[in-house]
Write a protein of this length. Structure first.
Length: 112
């Protein structure tokens, strides 16, 4: 059974003192069929916020990503591109990295 994804410490911060903000999401657990809806909802909120210029998705505490989680990440990248928001992934563990590299999705993302 999946532990699901949780979002502690999600927040925003100023970018260069301007009105633009950086939103940081730190999901925890698994990004799978049972939990990916929450990630999509969170990403929709920040990607549709006109004051957010960059969204950082910190994957430090993600243990597992399945095809639905991968789909949500790709969908988020496309949504970010459509809204002119920069999406940055960081700190992916071994299994998420392996999935992204094996599927060819790794190079579609900005890493930071």
């Amino acid at each position: 059974m999946s532990a699901g994804a949780e979002y502690p410490d999600a927040g925003t911060g100023d970018v260069d003192g301007s009105a633009s903000k950086v939103a940081v999401l730190r999901p925890e657990g698994d990004l799978d069929t049972g939990s990916v809806h929450e990630l999509r909802e969170r990403l929709d909120v920040v990607l549709n916020d006109d004051h957010v210029s960059t969204v950082v998705l910190d994957l430090t505490f993600i243990r597992f990503v399945d095809s639905s989680g991968l789909g949500a990440l790709v969908e988020a990248r496309l949504h970010a591109e459509a809204t002119g928001t920069r999406l940055v992934l960081r700190n992916a563990g071994l299994q998420p990295l392996r999935l992204l590299r094996t599927t060819g999705a790794y190079d579609a993302f900005t890493w930071g």
